[in-house]
Design a protein around this ligand. Structure first.
Ligand code: UDP
Length: 465
């Protein structure tokens, strides 16, 4: 009987049938680390030993931002591995991805061997779909392998459909579109135009063909795992599950007060500031961890928020501006001081749950989308990169919980467009009703007996067999 191991992870658990130890292996970017850590907590909360493997660099930033992260009572263990990069190479996404696939596999194998020798036998690996090498290790070490898909159902459907799109002549083998009109990948997803193909949009000018090969690689990896965990709830897109066997939507994944594994320290002063704002009044503006704007675009955003005349909370990372430091329009900070709060990083889940929030101006990253859906907040969509464009279509045309900003002929979202759309959004009662319905559905799904809760139980059960 190996119950000692499970007891150490969660002494309250009566679930001591077989010692299961799940090793979660995340890509070291915020949009991956956050859902991975939330999943790890969820699993640990069910009495299962969960260990997150993460790069040393990302872990050091996480600890610096949230010293409580390593606290034993949080129940999730961390193991760090090097990423093989120097300080100045790390901001280059292509180098990061190459170095990780060269350096991490050897370390992962060692980690598993070491953990096994300590007596905490790893039984299952949950890997990012980008990590084909983790699959080989799991296969050769005879471990169960699950993939955790941290993006959206629509994007999953698109990637799964790549071979069919090629076969039907809709795209060629380099991802170039021949589509003139719209296609539907699943009856419960909004139709796509070629503008929604995620490989067309690269934040760092990587050509579409390289992006396409990258997503095609993910398609190949997706076929190799018996279990596909996802951060959404079944009711959101019930028919997407028909596209792939063994899909386990277990979301929305919520930190619910546990550390969210932030790479930037949260500025909690924004919560006391929100407490002073009227209910349903504040525009929350945040673009996730990667989006960058030009100085001109930032000026338009700042002036647009000023024009709207409502309170706003704006997450303005120090690296939000292309090429370095930014400045505000002349006299801006003084003019908005009585109704604008600007922070570097916010406790986003808590912010969106706050009763003072009216809407969310977002880049449509999938984690931010799930944060907003879970809290019933209407969206104003401003996508920047890859999957965010089709996420926008799903938010506005599928779930009907938001409006989209349109850039002008120079590619700039003007202050007037921001004001116009924000005014329309806060006045749109239909969107508010839809947002609250989805919030309710999401919370029912993760509650006992709900779809997401049952999917998680089912997955854990299968990991024990
Ligand atoms: N986030 C946060 N505070 C902020 C901004 C973002 O905690 O001020 C979190 C957000 O909750 C989400 C993640 O950062 O979990 C961003 O992921 P997303 O997929 O939305 O975007 P990405 O950063 O990958 O573009």
């Amino acid at each position: 009987m190996e119950e000692g191991k499970i007891c150490r992870t969660n002494p309250e658990s009566s679930d001591q049938v077989k010692a299961v130890h799940m090793l979660l292996v995340s890509y070291p970017l915020q949009g991956h680390i956050t859902p991975f850590i939330k999943l790890a907590y969820l699993i640990a909360g069910r009495g299962i030993m969960a260990t997150l493997v993460i790069t040393e660099f990302a872990h050091a930033r996480m600890i610096a931002s949230e010293p409580d992260l390593g606290n034993e009572r949080n129940k999730v263990r961390y193991i760090t591995v090097p990423d093989g990069l120097s300080e100045d190479e790390r901001n280059d996404d292509v180098k990061l991805s190459q170095s990780i696939s060269e350096v991490m596999p050897g370390h992962l194998r060692e980690v598993i061997e070491k953990v096994n020798m300590e007596g905490n036998q790893v039984t299952c690996v949950i890997a990012d779909p980008m990590f084909g090498w983790a699959f080989e290790i799991a296969e050769t070490m005879k471990l169960k392998l699950a993939i955790f898909w941290t993006s959206a159902p629509g994007v999953l459907a698109l990637i799964l459909s790549i071979p069919k799109l090629i076969e039907d002549g809709i795209i060629d083998t380099k991802g170039s579109s021949k589509l003139d009109g719209k296609i539907q990948l699943s009856p419960d997803l909004p139709p796509l135009t070629s503008a929604d193909f995620l490989w067309n949009y690269s934040g760092n000018q990587t050509p579409a063909e390289i992006m396409f090969q990258y997503f095609f690689g993910i398609h190949q990896n997706l076929k190799r795992s018996g279990w596909l965990l996802c951060n959404w709830f079944h009711e959101l897109n019930p028919l997407v599950g028909n596209l792939v066997p063994n899909m386990f939507p277990v979301g929305p994944l919520l930190a619910s007060g546990k550390p969210a594994a932030n790479l930037w320290p949260e500025d909690l002063t924004c919560l006391s500031w929100l407490n002073k704002q009227p209910a349903g009044s504040v525009i929350y503006v945040a673009f996730g961890s990667i989006t960058v704007l030009s100085q001109h675009q930032m000026d338009e955003l700042a002036l647009g928020l000023e024009l709207v005349g409502r309170p706003f909370l704006w997450v303005k990372r120090s690296d939000l501006i292309k090429g370095g430091s930014s400045k505000y329009p002349d006299g801006y900070e003084e003019r908005v001081a009585n109704r604008g709060k600007i922070v570097q990083w916010a406790p986003q889940e808590q912010v969106l749950a706050h009763p003072s929030i009216a809407c969310f101006l977002t880049h449509c990253g999938w984690n931010s989308t799930m944060d907003g859906l879970s809290m019933g907040v209407p969206f104003l969509c401003w996508p920047y990169f890859a999957d965010q464009f089709y996420n926008r279509s799903c938010i506005c045309n599928g779930y009907k919980v938001g409006l989209a900003l349109s850039p002008d002929e120079y590619g700039i979202v003007t202050r007037h467009e921001i004001r116009r759309k924000l005014d329309s959004l806060v006045a749109d009662d239909g969107i508010k009703v839809n947002a609250l319905k989805l919030k309710d559905m999401a919370h029912r799904s993760i509650s006992e007996g709900g779809f997401s809760a049952r999917y998680l139980d089912n997955f854990i059960q299968q990991m024990k067999e």
